[in-house]
Design a protein around this ligand. Structure first.
Ligand code: DGL
Length: 267
């Protein structure tokens, strides 16, 4: 059965990082109704255990699916996807698109054979990353570094607050200071927050290093899975929904408006 034209696409992240996936999706599907959900009560996911996220993410997505009745859900978060994607797919009866580190294209791009994976502390320790490296980068050196400071910096930047320059320097050094790190020529941004800091990270990494993330590929996947479905004739303002957190209020609407968001709710 075809979805109703106003059935939204649900984007889910711990915070504002998933906007980097929403952006290219809107470019491909400009009239798609959008619900953007951020689990501010759980941010940051990178410091949480697998057990906690494997329980939290499917439960929260279940509530959101019931409330907003989306046609498709996107886990626009590498941490949640690498840990909970299978649990979410088992629990919910709708198409779920996940976000996984772009190790495969990075392995094709590298000339030196040394790739960096910059993610959250939780993502870089996942067996999922071992599997991707074994499958697509067997003959490469894959360095990993977990950087919680970049998540904080990205959230600050989107709110119009200053970015801590040390967080950027520390993140790049965390890869480059490892054995073989000086030969690094591709860095996978394996956290959806990090492309918000693309310019800062590129400046710190230098012109010899290319940064890559999976957002464009995820947008194409969403467009493919919804091909032939009815959409509204005109774009309608999207909704952002934040889980309630005492110490982290939602950002000003002006920060979200460039992504087509017209209102903010808390749950
Ligand atoms: N945006 C998330 C990711 O892609 C994680 C940020 C966090 O909550 O630590 O991994």
């Amino acid at each position: 059965m075809q979805p109703a034209p106003d059935a939204p696409i649900l984007f889910f992240d711990s915070g504002l990082g998933g906007l980097t996936v929403l952006g290219p999706t809107r470019a491909l599907l400009p009239t798609a109704p959008i619900v953007y959900a951020a689990d501010y009560a759980g941010l940051p996911y990178g410091g949480k255990s697998n057990e906690e996220l494997a329980a939290r993410v499917p439960a929260l997505l279940g509530r959101l699916v019931e409330r907003y009745q989306p046609r498709l859900a996107v886990i626009a978060c590498n941490t949640a996807s690498t840990i909970a994607l299978a649990h979410v797919r088992a629990a919910l009866d709708l198409p779920i698109v996940g976000t996984v580190p772009a190790i495969k294209p990075a392995a094709v791009m590298t000339a030196s054979g040394v790739i960096g994976v910059l993610g959250t502390e939780a993502t870089v320790r996942q067996p999922y990353v071992d599997d991707l490296s074994a499958q697509f980068a067997r003959d490469k050196t894959v360095l990993r570094h977990g950087s919680p400071g970049l998540v904080t910096a990205a959230e600050a930047k989107l709110r119009g607050e200053p970015v801590d320059p040390d967080a950027i320097v520390r993140a790049i050094a965390g890869l480059r200071d490892q054995p073989c790190g000086e030969a690094l020529d591709v860095i996978v941004l394996a956290c959806t927050h990090f492309p918000l800091l693309q310019d800062e990270l590129q400046a710190a990494a230098g012109p010899g290093v290319r940064l890559i993330d999976g957002a464009a590929g995820i947008a194409r996947r969403i467009a493919h899975l919804t091909e032939g479905q009815p959409w509204p004739d005109r774009p309608a303002p999207g909704i952002a929904v934040f889980t309630r957190s005492d110490d982290r209020p939602p950002p000003p609407l002006a920060a979200l408006a460039p992504y087509g968001i017209g209102s903010i709710e808390t749950i």
